[in-house]
Ligand binder design. Structure first.
Ligand code: NAD
Ligand code: DAU
Length: 357
């Protein structure tokens, strides 16, 4: 049976990937349904990320609900009021450094919140087969790689940080609801995303802004940790393809096939941001500052994404160079957004732990 995809509950839609995903969805001619964006608006959620879309579709095809996935009644009410037939679950605490500082909220939101959402879907959907619960997860659940090899859909879970352990817990819950109750569910585990609207606690936006402002560029440890980077709308497209054609009960690994050592990436950002701002690259590179390493810092992530490519026809559309240029432009043009999201207590903690930026 084909999926309905007419009333889509997006959790965490006011965050970085969620907002880019909702934007992507409304650009798809084949998407004719409505979106309910449920977001608690933590420090990472920002209604400004979707303000233009709320103006265009608010009250008709787009509905924003401020609410917490830890609150079952809120979820049950949304399922019945909007006759939800699809869930795309982004809502989470997402930052590894914060999970080291305070793991509890990661467990509450990522594990307990996900179990609430699963229960609300199960209660509302009963035995319906035209529905889908898509869970957005991370490659970090697999742990850390050595110099060679890739994570695949068969790799055993080995999470190393409180964040990745909480995401691993949520993946297990989704699988168990699919197995035990027959809930139609899919999971994607993606590598590092970058692009517009990313909260400037993650590496790429921090570096772009600090280069522009002439502040130190804090590189953790020896700078040789490796991440695989994917432009955020390419991730959105993979999720949309899974919603349309992914097999119930299946997991898909998604990635950029684009591995970079952190230090080399920071140097590249220095060159690109300096060029965009009309300044000498050498001055920007002088800002690079090695700081204490992240406790338990995973060395390398990389995924084998042949399954999503071969079975669903997904491919990365943005080269890293184009994607970085677009991201740098976006941060240079959206200074008001940057100022708005950068105030707050977290800055103090990060300065206390990793030095002033
Ligand atoms: P983000 O931190 O930018 O956004 C998270 C959103 O969830 C925010 O809008 C926040 O307000 C909301 N939220 C948090 N707790 C909530 C709660 N209890 N109830 C309702 N809403 C809540 O995160 P992101 O980078 O956009 O990541 C989105 C999802 O994708 C997460 O599940 C993350 O684990 C996963 N993921 C992220 C990446 C990445 O590189 N950023 C890569 C792979 C997977
Ligand atoms: O792999 C997917 C994951 O990618 C997602 O599940 C997470 O939600 C997302 O936050 C991201 O996790 P990372 O820990 O890899 O991202 P972050 O941007 O925090 O760090 C990227 C790398 O850069 C990492 O090796 C740590 C390093 N780093 C980070 C910051 C913030 C620095 O060297 N300096 C910094 O200031």
């Amino acid at each position: 049976m084909s999926r309905s995809l007419q009333s889509v509950l997006v959790t965490g839609g006011s965050g970085f990937i969620g907002a880019n995903f909702i934007r992507y969805l409304f650009e798809q001619p084949s998407f004719t349904g409505q979106v309910v964006n449920l977001d608690a608006l933590t420090y990472a959620g920002n209604p400004a990320n979707l303000a233009d879309l709320a103006d265009a579709y608010g009250g008709s095809r787009y509905h924003f609900k401020r609410g917490d996935i830890r609150d079952f009644e809120t979820l049950a009410d949304i399922f019945s009021r909007y006759e939800i037939d699809t869930v795309v679950h982004f809502a989470a605490e997402s930052h590894v450094d914060r999970s080291i500082l305070g793991p509890r909220v990661f467990i509450e939101t990522n594990v307990l919140g996900t179990s609430n959402l699963l229960e609300a879907a199960r209660a509302a959907w009963k035995d319906r087969a035209d529905v889908l619960f898509h869970h957005v997860s991370t490659d970090e659940v697999f742990g850390s790689l050595g110099e060679a090899g890739f994570f695949s859909e068969e790799t055993l879970y080995d999470p190393k940080s409180p964040y990745s352990a909480s995401k691993a817990g949520s993946d297990h819950l989704v699988r168990s609801w699919a197995h035990t109750y027959g809930l139609p569910a899919t999971i994607s585990n993606c590598t590092n995303n970058y692009g517009p609207y990313q909260f400037p606690e993650k590496m790429i936006p921090i570096m772009i802004l600090n280069i522009l402002e002439g502040k130190p560029l804090p590189v953790y440890g020896d700078g040789k940790n490796i991440r695989d980077w994917l432009y955020v709308t390419d991730h959105a497209e993979a999720i949309w393809m899974i919603m349309n054609a992914g097999g119930a009960g299946e997991t898909y690994l998604v990635g950029g096939e684009n591995e970079w050592e952190n230090l080399t990436l920071v140097e590249t950002l220095c060159d690109k941001v300096a060029a965009a701002a009309g300044r000498p690259a050498s001055k920007a590179r002088e800002l690079i500052t090695f700081v204490s390493d992240r406790p338990g810092h995973d060395r390398r992530y990389a995924v084998d994404c042949r399954k999503v490519k071969n079975e669903l026809g997904w491919a990365q559309r943005h080269s890293f160079s184009e994607g970085l240029d677009a991201t740098i432009r976006w941060y240079m043009e959206n200074t008001e957004w940057v100022e708005q999201v950068r105030s707050g207590e977290y800055q103090k903690w990060i300065e206390d732990n990793y030095g002033r930026r």
